[in-house]
Design a protein around this ligand. Structure first.
Ligand code: COA
Length: 193
């Protein structure tokens, strides 16, 4: 079990700026720590994670942080414009381990949706990998009826697809073997307007 800390209240969500090196470092450390258990190939090193954060400052991309009133970084969310800017792909999303389960992740997603609505974005899509048999799709040959597997998906070990379902995201597909045999990517989306 991860040790839980109580959420510094209130927190707010703002743009992460390219000049905020301390916040960037905090986000990079969070990406390494939070993805190493189930996504070891995600960002194995701080250098990989720093590169990811720098990419989040690219053209049209969204990069938001949840911060406490003392300025501590609690979580990070990014989005990438896709389909000629009509949709956004949510990527990445992370909340500090000790503060998970207290609404920061939901707040970051809702903030992204609000921004998307303001900018006329039609829908937010995302891919949430199952690299570690966290769902009933892991470790299986999903062919030929990939959608039957998806329809009967079960959450075996706190895979985040259920977090997104609670926020109104629909399962829209799966890419078998996206991360190697039996390690699919699970695709989800939510219409904004
Ligand atoms: C997934 C993650 C962003 C969720 O953020 P969070 O702040 O812990 O989530 P919230 O507190 O807003 O949770 C909202 C609801 O989703 C549920 N939930 C959160 N994570 C969940 C999970 N992994 N599996 C199932 N349900 C989950 C919560 O229990 C809560 O349910 P409730 O409204 O019935 O109480 C966070 O756990 C995290 O950073 N995980 C590691 C990185 C990761 O997996 N990122 C997503 C990759 S696609």
């Amino acid at each position: 079990m991860k040790p839980h800390a109580s959420l510094p209240s209130p927190f707010h969500i703002v743009d992460l700026e390219p000049t905020q090196s301390e916040r960037i470092e905090a986000v990079a450390a969070m990406l390494v720590d939070e993805f190493k258990e189930h996504h070891p190939k995600g960002w194995p090193t701080l250098a990989d994670a720093r590169e990811e954060v720098q990419e989040a400052f690219g053209p049209g991309r969204v990069h938001r942080v949840a911060v406490s009133s003392e300025g501590a970084v609690l979580g990070f969310i990014g989005a990438i414009p896709t389909y000629h800017g009509r949709l956004w792909e949510l990527h990445p999303l992370v909340v500090a381990a000790a503060l998970q389960g207290q609404g920061v992740g939901s707040a970051l997603v809702r903030d992204l949706e609000r921004l998307g609505q303001e900018q006329g974005i039609i829908a937010i899509t995302l891919g949430t990998d199952d690299e570690d048999n966290q769902t009933s799709l892991g470790g299986c040959d999903l062919y030929p009826d990939v959608l039957a597997h998806l329809q009967s998906i079960r959450n075996l070990n706190r895979h985040p697809y259920e977090f997104y379902q609670k926020l109104g995201y629909a399962l829209i597909g799966a890419i078998p073997d996206a991360n190697g045999a039996g390690r699919p990517d699970i695709l989800m989306a939510k219409r904004l307007r």
